[in-house]
Design a protein around this ligand. Structure first.
Ligand code: AMP
Ligand code: ZN
Ligand code: FE
Ligand code: FE
Length: 288
């Protein structure tokens, strides 16, 4: 049983459409895949329609949060997408990405880069707009060689010359909202130091005490020593430990299924969730 619980589609800053993503997941030999676009559930419907036999979809989202000035990402699974409290919070964060992208484009133009909103909007294609879309425009303009190369202090990294903050939720509030919507929360890549500052273990303990369900341990941005440390922390705090690719198509190098979640951990996630159920591919078998 191969389970990948963190992927992005064109509904946010991935490059595969939701339909391509589920087809790719089946081709990669996955049994279960979660679609977790940034601050939106908009890709779910297309993914469900296209879901191949034998693949189960876990609906989710990756919610942008900030804790003591540090950006943190909260994966939320199997919540009721219509629950008004969580829906309002998700839309607030997603919609604020638009003026924030305009502000980053203005900064880039001041730096002499002839980038336009039209260019970025075309790349985002109606998805939840983010820095990878702007980075992709910079690649197109020949400013940088790759999307990753735009995530430097010179350009779009946190605190970089063209960086602008977006509205981000309080993770304690998000844990509460997701739970109220019947969902399960997993702190995404909590020790991904190369993306910017991370929170101390004491903060993870505080989130655990507030009802956090798990932490993402096996992730490309965690080296083996970090993964070992986080597995220990999860045990200590009674948190579930997940693994996932954080697949973004060609915007990142990680392949679908490159990291996976233990079936027992997955079983516990679906036992806890009451807001939505995993969706089996038409005629396919149920997940775990
Ligand atoms: P935003 O949500 O607009 O602030 O952009 C953050 C997104 O950029 C995250 O989803 C990351 O996946 C992506 N990202 C962060 N650092 C890098 C990097 N070094 N290379 C490629 N993508 C990155
Ligand atoms: Zn992303
Ligand atoms: Fe993330
Ligand atoms: Fe992600």
């Amino acid at each position: 049983m191969r389970i990948d619980l963190h992927t992005h589609s064109t509904a946010s800053d991935g490059t595969d459409t939701p339909a391509e993503l589920v087809q790719g997941a089946a081709a990669a030999g996955l049994d279960i895949v979660a679609l977790t676009d940034h601050d939106t559930t908009r890709g779910h419907e297309e993914a469900i329609v296209a879901l191949p036999v034998g693949l189960t979809l876990v609906t989710g989202a990756e919610l942008s949060c900030r804790l003591n000035g540090v950006s943190v990402h909260m994966l939320a699974y199997l919540f009721d997408p219509e629950e008004p409290g969580l829906l309002a919070e998700r839309e607030l964060v997603r919609d604020d990405r638009v003026p924030r992208a305009h502000a980053m484009i203005a900064k880039l133009r001041e730096l002499g880069v002839p980038i336009t909103w039209e260019q970025v909007a075309r790349i985002a294609g109606g998805g939840s707009v983010g820095r990878p879309h702007i980075a992709s425009a910079l690649v197109g303009l020949g400013v940088v060689d790759s999307v990753s190369d735009a995530f430097t202090p010179e350009w779009l990294a946190d605190g970089g010359r063209a960086y602008v903050e977006k509205h981000e939720s309080d993770p304690f509030e998000v844990i509460r909202l997701v739970k109220a919507a019947g969902g399960v929360t997993v702190f995404a890549h909590p020790a991904a130091a190369k993306r910017g500052r991370t929170v101390p273990e004491s903060a993870i303990a505080d989130l655990a005490a507030a009802g956090l369900d798990g932490i993402e341990v096996d992730h490309m941005d965690h080296d083996p020593a970090t993964r070992a440390r986080l597995h220990g922390l999860a045990d200590e705090l009674g948190l579930l430990a997940t693994g996932s690719s954080d697949y973004h198509g060609s915007h990142k190098t990680c392949a679908l299924g490159e990291f996976t979640t233990d079936p027992e951990v997955y079983g516990e996630i679906i036992r806890r969730a009451t807001g939505a159920f995993p969706v089996p591919g038409a005629g396919g078998r149920r997940g775990a």
